[in-house]
Structure formats: structure tokens, C-alpha cells
Design a protein around this ligand. Structure first.
Ligand SMILES: Nc1nc2c(ncn2[C@@H]2O[C@H](COP(=O)(O)OP(=O)(O)O)[C@@H](O)[C@H]2O)c(=O)[nH]1
Ligand SMILES: [Mg+2]
Length: 313
């Protein structure tokens, strides 16, 4: 199968195989991504993040259904460090997901991978591009919000939704700790529980102190279990896209994303080639011995290694 061609045709099996190649870090993936890249750039990336158990998966499930009604093709990447690799645990265990799984225009995949530095892995960005090239209008990424992952998802996504629940001091603490950069939309889910209005009010008060930006962030209430507030949430996400397009911020977001990805790639390439060089000829061993016997300091050794590198080509 010509995977690149089939992905461009929207063939689900090809998309699935491509994601597996990416997860396995198969060198072929890189070549295919090169072929796909010119065909990306039209999909909208939506991050859904927040603490475990707030109802992100339930919400995603409803958002898929609602966007299907609006005739959108949707891909979902669920990233959960606590879930097994092909973790049905995140999405698949719930019967109602079945409809979405069977829908030709919905693709759901969980990826258990996390980046080397505790953030999102590079594979996520690559998977997003595959879905984009395959013609998915919307690419939803569900992540458990935790430090670096949240920051990374905000850099990758066009629109980031942070989900909280009533009475969860944590979320409010997070916002207080200056995490205003992350959400474009805040959702208070489980609004059927007491304290939902208080949570909305508190968050809105806090937003009043947020650094002034053009986009006026909203705090929405949803009851994901009852499909309540989902249409309003989608309207808000779409309003955000319109804002991004009209203000040129869409371009800015992409710049942020690709600057990040490029720096990661270059860092990774340098690391690999340096290690290859110093490991292959026994140089590393020799230098370590010199350091241990105090003939050279670690800093000097590192400088010398870098200075001695031959540029590629
Ligand atoms: N009461 C209530 N429970 C909800 C709501 N949405 C989700 N839940 C429940 O919260 C639990 C965690 O949901 P899940 O979607 O797996 O959360 P996630 O860990 O954030 O993905 C499940 O038992 C859901 O049925 C809601 O709006 N109200
Ligand atoms: Mg979940």
C-alpha cells in the first residue's frame, strides 16, 4: 500500500498504519510525513485538558456527535500517561463510544506516549499532521492536564479548552498560579453538581485579573453526561477560530507550534549525531576516564567534544 497516497485519500486503514509507524519511530514515517506535509494546514486542532475524572472523555464523546451533526470529519487523539498503550481505558470502554467508532468520518486513537521531557511527545504533532492530511476537519486532543503537557498542548492546539468541575480547588489554584496562557475556553463540567455557579463566578472573577488580550475568554457550563451545553461549547470553539482567522492569530499560533517542533527536532538530531560520534570510536570512554582521573573537567570535556564535531555533509 502506498501509505502517503492512501492517507491523502482518507483511507482509515492507511491512517491507522501511519500512526503505528509514528509510534514505533519507524524511519519510514519521516519520509511519509515529508510527502504529507504540503497537504496539511486546514485541520483545526482542539486541545481538551484538565485533571483526571472531570469528564473530558465524556465531553469529547458528545463533541464528536455534535460536530458530526455539523457535518465535520473528526479525529481524536487521547493521550493519557496512566493508560495502557492501546488503552481502551480512556475511550473504548464506554458503550456509547461505539457509534462514534463505527462512523466512517470519525477516527479515535489513543496514544500512550509522552515526551522525553515530561511534555507531549513529538508523535502527537506528527499524528495531528497525518489526520490533517487525511482530510479531518477537526482534530481533538484529550490530555490529562499536568504541568508541561498542558503547556505543550496549548502550543500545539489552535484552541485549548480546560475542563474543571465544581468544588475543585485545584483548577482554581492552577489559574491563580498564572496559567492563564493555557486556556482559550474554560468549561465547568458536571454542572449538575452543587457549586457549579460558584465555580463559574470564581473563575470569571479571576479572569478579570488576567492579562488583557483581545480574545475575551468565556467560562461555560456543561453536563457532558446529559449532552447539556455542548452546542454552546462548539459555538464558542468556532467563534475562537473566527477570532484567530480575523486577527491573524491563526498564523501566529502556527509559528509558535512549528518553532517549538523545529527546536525539538534540531535538539534531537544534534544529540543523536553527537552521541553516535563519541560512542562509536571509544572517545566517550576515554574522556570519562580522563574526567574521573581529574585530568580534565566535565565542562572542558563537553566544550572539546562540541568543538571537535564535524559538520554534517
Ligand atoms: N455528574 C456528572 N458526571 C459526569 C459528567 N460528565 C462525566 N461524568 C462522569 O465522570 C466520570 C469521569 O468521566 P471521564 O469522561 O472518564 O473523565 P476524564 O478522566 O476527564 O476523561 C465518569 O464516571 C463520567 O460518567 C457530568 O456532566 N456530570
Ligand atoms: Mg479521559
Amino acid at each position: 500500500m502506498d501509505i502517503a497516497k492512501e492517507v491523502l485519500n482518507g483511507n482509515k486503514r492507511a491512517v491507522s498504519r501511519m500512526i503505528t509507524l509514528i509510534e514505533n519511530k519507524d524511519p519510514v514515517a519521516k519520509e511519509i510525513i515529508n510527502e504529507l506535509y504540503p497537504h496539511t494546514g486546514s485541520g483545526k486542532i482542539v486541545g481538551i485538558t484538565g485533571p483526571p475524572g472531570v469528564g473530558k472523555s465524556t465531553l469529547v464523546d458528545q463533541m464528536i456527535k455534535e460536530w458530526r451533526k455539523r457535518d465535520k470529519k473528526i479525529a481524536v487523539v487521547a493521550i493519557d500517561p496512566t493508560s495502557p498503550f492501546h488503552g481502551g481505558a480512556i475511550l473504548g470502554d464506554r458503550i456509547r463510544m461505539q457509534d462514534n467508532f463505527l462512523d466512517e468520518n470519525v477516527f479515535i486513537r489513543s496514544m500512550g506516549t509522552r515526551g522525553a521531557y515530561g511534555g507531549l511527545s513529538k508523535s502527537t504533532g506528527e499524528a495531528v499532521n497525518v489526520f490533517d492530511a487525511a482530510g479531518y476537519d477537526i482534530i481533538l486532543i484529550e490530555t490529562v492536564g499536568a504541568g508541561q503537557v498542558e503547556v505543550d498542548i496549548a502550543k500545539l492546539a489552535h484552541t485549548t479548552t480546560v475542563v474543571v468541575v465544581p468544588g475543585l480547588g485545584d483548577a482554581i489554584q492552577t489559574m491563580k498560579a498564572g496559567m492563564f496562557e493555557i486556556p482559550d475556553i474554560i468549561v465547568v463540567n458536571k454542572a449538575d453538581l452543587t457549586g457549579a455557579d460558584d465555580a463559574v463566578m470564581e473563575l470569571e472573577l479571576m479572569l478579570a485579573w488576567a492579562p488583557k488580550i483581545e480574545w475575551k475568554m468565556s467560562v461555560l457550563k456543561t453536563i457532558a453526561l446529559e449532552n447539556d451545553g455542548i452546542e454552546e461549547l462548539l459555538d464558542e470553539v468556532e467563534r475562537h477560530w473566527k477570532y484567530l482567522e480575523e486577527t491573524g492569530m491563526l498564523y501566529k499560533r502556527e509559528e509558535t507550534r512549528y518553532e517549538e517542533e523545529l527546536v525539538d527536532l534540531v535538539t534531537e538530531n544534534i544529540k543523536e549525531s553527537v552521541l553516535k560520534e563519541i560512542k562509536s570510536n571509544g572517545k566517550l570512554d576515554m574522556i570519562v576516564k580522563k574526567i574521573v582521573s581529574r585530568k580534565i573537567t566535565p565542562y572542558t570535556a563537553a566544550d572539546e567534544i562540541l568543538a571537535g564535531l564535524k559538520p554534517n555533509k
